[in-house]
Design a binder for this molecule. Structure first.
Ligand SMILES: CC(C)(COP(=O)(O)OP(=O)(O)OC[C@H]1O[C@@H](n2cnc3c(N)ncnc32)[C@H](O)[C@@H]1OP(=O)(O)O)[C@@H](O)C(=O)NCCC(=O)NCCS
Length: 215
């Protein structure tokens, strides 16, 4: 496994080159293999396999069960439908996880202190084009690097809550932190810089309350 395994408190992160999968494809469920087979590009299938064999290995170790025995579900926070949205363990107890892919890497985060979200992005000048999408009123970021910094932190927060990009990044601030107007959440998330390969930026966010309990 191309390393990470950085424990920051009770949050662990791994950043793995695609293809450097710790487990065999046989550990994936029938549903995961179907999802993988539906991906048209070989690179996307490799990325999926890397992410989900890693997820199963790490979570299997945490729960002390065989990686292939783990069950996951996805329920969309926006429409309530099953089959898409943030993946979660079935009978996972306190264990929460999140994953992100970017080009040649997969980043995975696991937490037992609250819902977690991770985002990994390749640095690019294109982030200046996303300024109005990322910045909330009053937030000062104008260079590609500053906007990328905001992007990864905000996407990590939205992946921790399970909202994903259905909630606009421009509806909340990260420094200082404020939830979107109308949110029932009060306590800010903890946002961690887990480090990233050269040319990439990443963030991990952990929310203090269950994502289902509040908006
Ligand atoms: C989730 C989302 C932020 C991912 O963005 P991205 O930068 O393209 O992708 P990343 O590589 O960082 O993350 C992808 C992973 O996030 C996870 N994920 C998917 N939906 C998620 C959600 N709502 N919250 C948290 N994580 C989610 C999955 O594990 C996914 O990988 P997988 O499909 O291989 O399992 C974005 O696709 C999104 O917001 N989608 C949902 C939009 C929505 O809610 N629409 C309404 C539908 S009714």
């Amino acid at each position: 496994m191309g390393k990470g395994d950085d424990a920051v408190g009770a949050v662990g992160t791994w950043c793995v080159p695609v293809g450097d999968a710790p487990g065999r494809v046989e550990v994936l469920s029938a549903d995961e293999r179907t999802r993988m087979a539906r991906l048209r590009r070989g690179a996307d299938r490799d990325r999926f396999r890397t992410a989900w064999t890693l997820a199963r290995q790490v979570l299997g170790e945490r729960l002390d069960v065989a990686p292939s025995a783990l069950e996951f579900q996805r329920i969309c926070r926006g429409c309530g439908q099953a089959g898409h949205g943030k993946p979660a363990l079935v009978n996972g107890g306190r264990w929460e996880f999140s994953l992100s892919h970017s080009n040649g890497y997969v980043m995975f985060a696991v937490s037992d202190v609250g819902p977690v979200g991770v985002d990994l992005e390749a640095a690019s000048e294109r982030f200046v084009d996303f300024a109005s999408m990322v910045r909330a009123p009053g937030e000062e970021a104008s260079t590609a690097e500053e906007l990328l910094w905001l992007w990864v932190r905000k996407e990590a927060v939205l992946k921790a809550t399970g909202d994903g990009l259905a909630v606009p990044m421009s509806s909340f601030t990260v420094a200082p932190f404020s939830w979107p107007e109308g949110s029932a959440r009060t306590e800010p998330p903890t946002i961690i810089d887990p480090g990233a390969p050269p040319g990439y930026r990443a963030a991990v966010a952990v929310t203090p309350i269950p994502a289902t309990a509040a908006r």
